[in-house]
Design a protein around this ligand. Structure first.
Ligand code: FES
Length: 171
């Protein structure tokens, strides 16, 4: 039997998210002036990533079309800023702050422990999609250093010994 090769795109799969992104794009004063449109590129990418959790190809293409830019213009910006990701995130997004206040209190050792226990490097997602691990800069909670966040939860005064406990909570 011939298999139906039509693939559902991310935009079709998540109509509500697509609607939110289109509403945002519609709210911008975009026009024929590509230079002016380009000024909105980073905010569009931020918005899209906050909606979809990452920047899949179809989303990049949609933004490129609406801003009248090329896909390589868009991809150039995505690859320049480490904040942007084209990979879908894991269910638990673990961010380890490596800002100065956290670093001097041993955040690098905490980060290394997460890398070791999950078996992935900075910016990666585990194969089972359970975890994404990222190093980040100051989250504005230096008095709680070293700081780790998992999704929206903040873990203060972290130690390498608590890494296992946190991973267990994510089960
Ligand atoms: S340096 Fe980590 S919260 Fe400020």
């Amino acid at each position: 039997m011939c298999e139906n090769s039509s693939k559902i795109t991310v935009l079709e799969k998540y109509p509500d998210k697509t609607k939110s992104l289109n509403e945002f794009l519609n709210s911008l004063p975009l026009g024929a002036d590509i230079k002016s449109n380009r000024g909105f590129l980073i905010s569009c990418l931020h918005k899209a990533q906050s909606i979809f959790g990452y920047l899949p190809d179809e989303v990049q293409l949609l933004i490129a079309e609406r801003l009248r830019l090329t896909l390589s213009d868009v991809y150039g910006v995505i690859s320049f800023y480490s904040f942007f990701t084209t990979q879908p995130p894991g269910r638990n997004k673990i961010n380890v702050c490596l800002g100065t206040a956290c670093f001097v209190k041993g955040a690098d050792k905490i980060f290394a422990e997460f890398e070791k226990q999950i078996g992935i490097k900075d910016g990666a997602t585990s194969k089972d999609m359970k975890y994404s691990l990222s190093s980040i800069r100051c989250v504005g909670a230096c008095s709680l250093a070293p700081v780790v966040t998992v999704n929206d939860k903040v873990y203060a005064k972290m130690t390498p010994l608590r890494v296992r406990e946190i991973l267990k909570e994510c089960e």
